[in-house]
Design a protein around this ligand. Structure first.
Ligand SMILES: [Zn+2]
Ligand SMILES: [Zn+2]
Length: 336
C-alpha cells in the first residue's frame, strides 16, 4: 500500500509498504480521510523525542477492511474512527482513570504507524463506529474530543464571559462548545480577518482584530476582565497575555501547545491576590463519546472549518502549507 513515511526529521517520502494484517484483537481500516494537525508538524520537525521511521496521522476516519479472530462487535464495511491514544489499562495512572497519562502510552501516528496511508492497523478496543455521520465531519472527532476534555477540566459556568485567543480550527471548536455550554458571551481574537469572520458566522458574539488596538478593545468590552480566558494559539507571548485579561476569581485555560522549552513570566502575587485558577489540558481522556454526540446532533458545526483537501501523494505540500501558512488555512484533510 502507499504510505507517507517520515524517515528522519524533515524527510518525508511516499513509499510502498506492506499492508497491515490484523492480530486477534486488531482491526484494519481502509483510510478515507485523515486530518493534518499540529502534532504531525511537530513529528515532521523532530521537536520531541519521536522514534523514526513513522507514518504519522492520528485523526482518521474510514471503513473496516478486516477484523481479528477475537473481534465480535465490529465487521468489515463499518464506517469507523479510532481514539489514537492506546492506554495500557494497568499502570499507576490508568488505575486512576488518567488514561492520557498512561506510563506505557502508545499513540497511533505518534509511536506506531498512523493514517497517512491507505490502511491503518489499530486495536479493536479504541475503535468507534460512526454510523452515518459524514466522513468529513467525523474527521473532527479527535480534535473535538481534546476540546471536550479541556472544557471538562476547566468547567466554564453558566453566564460566563469568555475570551479566546486564536480562531484556528481548535479556537472555533472551543468557541462553539463554550456557547453551547452556557457562556453568555464569547469574544474571539486573531490576526486573520477571514478567521474572525468565520468565528462570527459560527456564533461568536464579538471578534477583535489582534492589532495595536486589541488591548484597548478587550478592556472596553470587559472592563473587569473575562471569567475565562483561553489560549488556542500555542504562542508563548499570547499565553502570557491571558493573565492580563482574566477577572478576579476567573480561570485561564492554556490549550494551545507551546514549544516544550518555552517559559512565560507570571506574577504569583497576581494569581494569589486575584484568585486566579490555571488549567492545562493534555490530549483527551475517554471523550470520544461526547464529541461524536456533539457532531451527530449538529451542536458543533465543523464543515466550514475545512479549508483544504489534498491527495495523500501531496502530503509534503500540505505540510509546507500548514507550516508556512503561505495562504490562509484552517483544517487540512488528506485522502489516500
Ligand atoms: Zn490532532
Ligand atoms: Zn497505563
Amino acid at each position: 500500500m502507499r504510505a507517507a513515511v517520515i524517515e528522519t526529521p524533515g524527510h518525508l517520502r511516499m513509499q510502498d509498504v506492506v499492508a497491515p494484517s490484523p492480530g486477534p484483537d486488531d482491526v484494519v481500516i481502509d483510510v478515507a480521510l485523515t486530518g493534518l494537525c499540529g502534532t504531525d508538524l511537530h513529528i515532521y520537525a523532530g521537536e520531541l523525542n519521536y522514534v523514526y521511521p513513522i507514518i504519522p496521522g492520528h485523526e482518521v476516519v474510514g471503513t473496516i477492511a478486516a477484523v481479528g479472530a477475537n473481534v465480535s462487535d465490529l465487521q468489515p464495511g463499518m464506517p469507523v474512527t479510532f481514539d489514537p491514544n492506546i492506554p495500557c489499562g494497568h499502570c499507576h495512572f490508568c488505575r486512576r482513570l488518567r488514561f492520557n497519562h498512561c506510563l506505557n502510552w502508545q499513540g497511533v501516528g505518534v509511536t506506531r504507524h498512523g493514517g497517512f496511508a491507505e490502511q491503518v492497523l489499530v486495536p479493536a478496543k479504541v475503535v468507534y463506529p460512526i454510523g452515518d455521520l459524514p466522513l468529513e465531519q467525523a474527521a473532527f472527532i479527535e480534535p473535538l474530543s481534546c476540546v471536550v476534555y479541556g472544557l471538562q477540566r476547566a468547567t466554564p459556568a453558566l453566564g460566563d464571559r469568555i475570551l479566546i485567543f486564536g480562531a484556528g480550527p481548535i479556537g472555533l471548536l472551543l468557541m462553539q462548545c463554550l456557547r453551547r455550554g452556557g457562556a453568555a458571551h464569547v469574544t474571539v481574537t486573531d490576526l486573520q480577518p477571514e478567521r474572525l469572520a468565520l468565528a462570527r458566522r459560527l456564533g461568536a458574539e464579538e471578534t477583535v482584530q489582534a492589532d495595536e488596538g486589541q488591548a484597548a478593545a478587550l478592556r472596553e468590552h470587559a472592563p473587569y476582565g473575562y471569567d475565562m480566558v483561553v489560549d488556542a494559539t500555542g504562542v508563548p507571548a499570547v499565553a502570557a497575555r491571558c493573565f492580563d485579561y482574566v477577572t478576579p476569581g476567573g480561570k485561564v485555560l492554556l490549550f494551545g501547545v507551546c514549544p516544550e522549552d518555552a517559559t512565560i513570566p507570571f506574577s504569583p502575587f497576581h494569581l494569589y491576590r486575584r484568585d486566579i485558577s490555571v488549567y492545562g489540558s493534555f490530549a483527551l481522556n475517554v471523550t470520544f463519546g461526547p464529541a461524536i454526540e456533539l457532531l451527530r446532533s449538529g451542536a458543533v458545526d465543523v464543515t466550514p472549518l475545512v479549508s483544504h483537501r489534498f491527495p495523500l501523494e501531496q502530503l509534503p505540500a500540505a505540510l509546507e502549507l500548514a507550516h508556512t501558512q503561505s495562504e490562509p488555512s484552517a483544517k487540512i484533510l488528506i485522502a489516500p
